[in-house]
Ligand binder design. Structure first.
Ligand SMILES: Nc1ncnc2c1ncn2[C@@H]1O[C@H](COP(=O)(O)OP(=O)(O)O)[C@@H](O)[C@H]1O
Ligand SMILES: [Mg+2]
Length: 229
Protein backbone atom coordinates (compact mmCIF):
# COMPACT_ATOMS: atom_id res chain seq x y z
CA UNK A 1 0.00 0.00 0.00
CA UNK A 2 1.42 3.36 -0.94
CA UNK A 3 2.13 6.23 1.37
CA UNK A 4 -0.67 8.22 -0.29
CA UNK A 5 -3.21 5.52 0.36
CA UNK A 6 -2.21 5.34 3.99
CA UNK A 7 -2.63 9.08 4.60
CA UNK A 8 -6.06 9.17 3.04
CA UNK A 9 -7.24 12.06 5.25
CA UNK A 10 -4.71 14.24 3.49
CA UNK A 11 -4.81 12.72 0.01
CA UNK A 12 -8.55 12.23 -0.36
CA UNK A 13 -10.18 14.51 2.23
CA UNK A 14 -13.64 14.22 0.66
CA UNK A 15 -13.80 10.42 0.88
CA UNK A 16 -16.09 8.73 3.42
CA UNK A 17 -13.02 7.21 5.01
CA UNK A 18 -11.50 10.65 5.63
CA UNK A 19 -14.85 11.72 7.03
CA UNK A 20 -14.76 8.75 9.41
CA UNK A 21 -11.34 9.84 10.67
CA UNK A 22 -12.69 13.33 11.25
CA UNK A 23 -15.54 11.81 13.27
CA UNK A 24 -12.92 10.04 15.34
CA UNK A 25 -11.11 13.36 15.75
CA UNK A 26 -14.31 14.96 17.02
CA UNK A 27 -14.82 12.12 19.47
CA UNK A 28 -11.30 12.56 20.82
CA UNK A 29 -11.78 16.32 21.14
CA UNK A 30 -15.15 15.76 22.76
CA UNK A 31 -13.70 13.26 25.24
CA UNK A 32 -11.61 16.13 26.54
CA UNK A 33 -14.60 17.77 28.19
CA UNK A 34 -14.60 15.32 31.10
CA UNK A 35 -10.97 15.77 31.90
CA UNK A 36 -7.68 16.73 30.42
CA UNK A 37 -7.20 14.43 27.48
CA UNK A 38 -3.84 15.32 26.03
CA UNK A 39 -2.23 11.95 25.44
CA UNK A 40 -3.99 9.20 23.48
CA UNK A 41 -2.63 5.76 22.68
CA UNK A 42 -3.93 3.46 19.96
CA UNK A 43 -3.47 -0.24 20.42
CA UNK A 44 -5.19 -3.46 19.33
CA UNK A 45 -5.43 -7.09 20.30
CA UNK A 46 -3.01 -8.44 17.71
CA UNK A 47 -0.78 -7.18 14.90
CA UNK A 48 -2.04 -5.80 11.58
CA UNK A 49 -5.41 -4.57 12.86
CA UNK A 50 -4.83 -1.00 11.72
CA UNK A 51 -3.24 0.84 14.66
CA UNK A 52 -0.60 2.64 12.66
CA UNK A 53 -2.89 3.62 9.78
CA UNK A 54 -5.52 4.88 12.22
CA UNK A 55 -2.96 6.74 14.38
CA UNK A 56 -1.45 8.48 11.37
CA UNK A 57 -4.77 9.55 9.85
CA UNK A 58 -6.22 10.62 13.19
CA UNK A 59 -3.12 12.71 13.88
CA UNK A 60 -3.49 14.36 10.45
CA UNK A 61 -7.21 15.03 11.05
CA UNK A 62 -6.45 16.55 14.47
CA UNK A 63 -3.72 18.74 12.98
CA UNK A 64 -6.08 19.90 10.23
CA UNK A 65 -8.40 21.25 12.91
CA UNK A 66 -5.65 23.70 13.85
CA UNK A 67 -4.43 21.97 17.00
CA UNK A 68 -0.74 21.45 17.57
CA UNK A 69 -0.19 17.69 17.29
CA UNK A 70 2.71 15.29 17.79
CA UNK A 71 2.53 11.69 16.58
CA UNK A 72 4.84 9.33 18.47
CA UNK A 73 5.73 5.88 17.19
CA UNK A 74 6.10 3.81 20.34
CA UNK A 75 5.76 0.47 18.59
CA UNK A 76 9.41 -0.35 19.20
CA UNK A 77 9.00 -3.81 17.66
CA UNK A 78 7.36 -3.02 14.32
CA UNK A 79 7.62 0.72 13.79
CA UNK A 80 6.15 2.10 10.56
CA UNK A 81 5.40 5.80 11.03
CA UNK A 82 8.76 6.84 9.57
CA UNK A 83 7.77 4.92 6.43
CA UNK A 84 4.24 6.34 6.27
CA UNK A 85 5.59 9.89 6.53
CA UNK A 86 8.81 9.25 4.60
CA UNK A 87 11.12 10.29 7.45
CA UNK A 88 14.53 9.24 8.67
CA UNK A 89 14.25 7.01 11.70
CA UNK A 90 16.00 8.67 14.57
CA UNK A 91 13.55 9.15 17.39
CA UNK A 92 12.21 7.76 20.63
CA UNK A 93 14.80 5.06 21.32
CA UNK A 94 17.64 7.49 20.60
CA UNK A 95 16.20 9.82 23.25
CA UNK A 96 15.68 6.91 25.67
CA UNK A 97 19.22 5.57 25.47
CA UNK A 98 21.34 8.53 24.39
CA UNK A 99 21.43 11.98 25.89
CA UNK A 100 19.39 13.73 23.19
CA UNK A 101 16.64 16.30 23.63
CA UNK A 102 13.14 15.54 22.31
CA UNK A 103 13.24 18.80 20.34
CA UNK A 104 16.29 17.64 18.43
CA UNK A 105 14.51 14.61 16.98
CA UNK A 106 10.99 15.95 16.47
CA UNK A 107 10.45 16.17 12.72
CA UNK A 108 8.11 18.44 10.81
CA UNK A 109 5.74 16.78 8.36
CA UNK A 110 4.17 18.17 5.21
CA UNK A 111 1.01 18.72 7.26
CA UNK A 112 0.81 22.01 9.14
CA UNK A 113 0.66 21.61 12.94
CA UNK A 114 1.79 17.97 12.80
CA UNK A 115 5.20 16.86 14.01
CA UNK A 116 6.38 13.30 14.34
CA UNK A 117 8.68 11.49 16.73
CA UNK A 118 9.62 8.25 14.98
CA UNK A 119 10.55 5.10 16.90
CA UNK A 120 14.29 5.23 16.40
CA UNK A 121 16.25 1.98 15.93
CA UNK A 122 14.60 -1.19 17.24
CA UNK A 123 16.00 -1.94 20.72
CA UNK A 124 16.50 -5.36 22.35
CA UNK A 125 14.39 -4.40 25.40
CA UNK A 126 11.26 -2.46 24.33
CA UNK A 127 9.14 -3.13 27.45
CA UNK A 128 11.92 -2.05 29.75
CA UNK A 129 12.51 1.17 27.81
CA UNK A 130 8.80 2.00 27.64
CA UNK A 131 8.44 1.37 31.37
CA UNK A 132 11.42 3.51 32.33
CA UNK A 133 11.39 6.76 34.28
CA UNK A 134 12.93 8.42 31.24
CA UNK A 135 9.85 7.47 29.17
CA UNK A 136 7.63 9.17 31.74
CA UNK A 137 9.83 12.24 31.52
CA UNK A 138 9.57 12.24 27.72
CA UNK A 139 5.77 11.98 27.84
CA UNK A 140 5.53 14.83 30.29
CA UNK A 141 7.89 16.94 28.18
CA UNK A 142 5.90 16.19 25.02
CA UNK A 143 2.84 17.55 26.83
CA UNK A 144 4.54 20.93 27.04
CA UNK A 145 5.17 20.89 23.29
CA UNK A 146 1.74 20.06 21.81
CA UNK A 147 -2.01 20.19 22.42
CA UNK A 148 -2.51 16.48 21.75
CA UNK A 149 0.03 13.68 21.44
CA UNK A 150 -1.04 10.53 19.60
CA UNK A 151 0.91 7.35 20.41
CA UNK A 152 1.01 4.47 17.93
CA UNK A 153 1.53 1.48 20.24
CA UNK A 154 2.26 -2.22 19.85
CA UNK A 155 -0.54 -4.79 20.17
CA UNK A 156 -1.80 -5.60 23.67
CA UNK A 157 -1.76 -9.39 23.66
CA UNK A 158 1.58 -11.26 23.46
CA UNK A 159 3.79 -8.41 24.68
CA UNK A 160 3.43 -6.12 27.69
CA UNK A 161 4.54 -2.91 25.94
CA UNK A 162 1.04 -1.52 25.37
CA UNK A 163 -0.03 -2.22 28.96
CA UNK A 164 3.12 -0.53 30.19
CA UNK A 165 2.33 2.67 28.28
CA UNK A 166 -1.45 2.55 28.82
CA UNK A 167 -1.21 3.63 32.45
CA UNK A 168 0.79 6.69 31.44
CA UNK A 169 -1.83 7.89 28.94
CA UNK A 170 -4.90 10.07 29.43
CA UNK A 171 -6.83 7.82 27.06
CA UNK A 172 -6.54 4.54 25.18
CA UNK A 173 -8.34 3.57 21.98
CA UNK A 174 -8.64 -0.06 20.96
CA UNK A 175 -8.49 -0.66 17.21
CA UNK A 176 -10.07 -3.97 16.24
CA UNK A 177 -10.02 -5.56 12.82
CA UNK A 178 -13.70 -6.42 12.46
CA UNK A 179 -12.92 -8.98 9.76
CA UNK A 180 -10.42 -11.08 11.73
CA UNK A 181 -10.38 -10.38 15.46
CA UNK A 182 -11.96 -13.06 17.62
CA UNK A 183 -14.35 -11.76 20.32
CA UNK A 184 -12.36 -13.46 23.06
CA UNK A 185 -9.18 -11.75 21.86
CA UNK A 186 -10.92 -8.37 21.87
CA UNK A 187 -12.19 -9.08 25.36
CA UNK A 188 -8.74 -10.19 26.50
CA UNK A 189 -7.13 -7.01 25.12
CA UNK A 190 -9.70 -4.88 26.92
CA UNK A 191 -9.14 -6.75 30.19
CA UNK A 192 -5.38 -6.36 29.96
CA UNK A 193 -5.72 -2.62 29.38
CA UNK A 194 -8.17 -2.17 32.23
CA UNK A 195 -5.89 -4.18 34.50
CA UNK A 196 -3.01 -1.93 33.50
CA UNK A 197 -5.12 1.09 34.54
CA UNK A 198 -5.72 2.24 30.99
CA UNK A 199 -8.60 4.66 30.49
CA UNK A 200 -10.29 3.07 27.47
CA UNK A 201 -12.10 5.80 25.55
CA UNK A 202 -13.64 3.48 23.00
CA UNK A 203 -13.19 1.01 20.22
CA UNK A 204 -12.62 1.51 16.52
CA UNK A 205 -13.87 -1.25 14.30
CA UNK A 206 -11.56 -1.31 11.31
CA UNK A 207 -12.24 -3.07 8.02
CA UNK A 208 -16.00 -3.13 8.49
CA UNK A 209 -17.51 -4.07 5.15
CA UNK A 210 -20.12 -1.60 3.93
CA UNK A 211 -22.20 -1.76 0.74
CA UNK A 212 -19.36 -2.28 -1.70
CA UNK A 213 -17.31 -5.26 -0.60
CA UNK A 214 -14.10 -3.43 -1.54
CA UNK A 215 -14.86 -0.41 0.58
CA UNK A 216 -13.31 -0.03 3.96
CA UNK A 217 -14.68 2.09 6.67
CA UNK A 218 -13.89 3.13 10.17
CA UNK A 219 -16.59 3.27 12.77
CA UNK A 220 -16.16 4.65 16.21
CA UNK A 221 -18.19 4.34 19.31
CA UNK A 222 -16.97 5.74 22.56
CA UNK A 223 -17.47 5.43 26.26
CA UNK A 224 -18.65 1.84 26.15
CA UNK A 225 -17.07 1.35 29.52
CA UNK A 226 -14.20 3.74 30.27
CA UNK A 227 -14.56 5.74 33.46
CA UNK A 228 -16.27 2.91 35.29
CA UNK A 229 -13.06 1.90 37.05
N1 LIG B 1 -9.42 -0.54 6.81
C1 LIG B 1 -8.41 -1.00 6.09
N2 LIG B 1 -8.62 -1.50 4.85
C2 LIG B 1 -7.62 -1.96 4.10
N3 LIG B 1 -6.34 -1.99 4.51
C3 LIG B 1 -6.07 -1.52 5.72
C4 LIG B 1 -7.08 -0.99 6.59
N4 LIG B 1 -6.48 -0.61 7.75
C5 LIG B 1 -5.18 -0.88 7.61
N5 LIG B 1 -4.92 -1.42 6.42
C6 LIG B 1 -3.62 -1.90 5.92
O1 LIG B 1 -3.29 -3.07 6.66
C7 LIG B 1 -1.90 -3.12 6.96
C8 LIG B 1 -1.72 -3.15 8.47
O2 LIG B 1 -2.21 -1.93 9.02
P1 LIG B 1 -1.43 -1.17 10.15
O3 LIG B 1 -2.13 0.12 10.36
O4 LIG B 1 0.03 -1.10 9.85
O5 LIG B 1 -1.72 -2.17 11.36
P2 LIG B 1 -1.04 -2.30 12.79
O6 LIG B 1 -0.35 -1.01 13.08
O7 LIG B 1 -2.18 -2.57 13.71
O8 LIG B 1 -0.09 -3.46 12.71
C9 LIG B 1 -1.29 -1.88 6.31
O9 LIG B 1 -0.78 -2.24 5.07
C10 LIG B 1 -2.47 -0.93 6.15
O10 LIG B 1 -2.28 -0.05 5.08
MG1 LIG C 1 1.65 -0.69 13.57
Amino acid sequence: MTQKRQLIVQEDPKSPIAEAYRTLRTNIQFAKIDGNLQTVMLTSAGPGEGKSTTSANTAVALAQSGKNIILVDCDLRKPVQHKIFGKRNRGLTNILVEDIAVEDLLQDTEIDNLRILTSGPIPPNPSELLGSAKMLEIISHLKSLADIIVFDAPPTIAVTDASVIASKMDGVILVLDASTVRPEMAQKAKELLVKANGNILGVILNRVEIEDEHAYYYYYYGNEHSRSK
